[in-house]
Design a protein around this ligand. Sequence first.
Ligand code: HPA
Length: 246
Amino acid sequence: MTKLAIIGGSGLTELDGLEIIDEINPDTSWGKPSSTITVGKFDDIEILFLPRHGKPHTIPPHKINYRANIQSLKDAGVKEIIAVNAAGGITKEMTPCRIVIADQLIDYTHSRIDTFFEENLNEVTHIDFTSPYSESLRLQLINAATTSNINVYPKGTYAVTQGPRLETAAEIIQLERDGCDIVGMTSMPEASLARELDMEYACCSLVVNWAAGKSDEIITMEIIENNLKEGLGKIHQLIAAVLRNK
Ligand code: HPA
């Protein structure tokens, strides 16, 4: 069976129902990943779990060693990555606690190391990134959601911002004009690095707040944490459903 890993985001530092078999502590030529990687069994299927913000949750999005994270999963034999992340909702369907399986992204990050193809190359390499997320993995998520009655939004454009601050209201208006539906800080360069290493990668985003200026409320950590708490149960169910369909 294809080896699958989950990269956990804010609020997802552990996976419910995962029977832990091992904890590995890999090193790569790019450095160490965000934390040890848990090897576990979920309904008898072996999966790997890596919390991208570390254990405990202390590494902000712009400080994550994305190369080490993706390389260490590649070295462990992983072929498919489901990346879980929290996002702000921009367009009207993207309501708090909704799960979105994005099909496109726009990268607004800067100053992040974003490629494996930098030095000691035999030739200059450009990956195709027309569709940044794996269609086959997206379909696995969407089908699992349908068969288990979990409400997910099956497409959307993810704006990846630098953070760690949230956006201004004017920035969100600009992102909406650009065609973005949700906004988060971690899908890049994670998605393109996975593509560079020929791995299937898809995102499962949980909307945890209305993006800046999209509601009358100030965005507080309390709002984000409450929505995370409410929505994470559905993320766990969705992952379990994907694995059951394997
Ligand atoms: N903006 C950027 N990243 C986020 C947000 C947001 O509103 N909510 C959760 N992650």
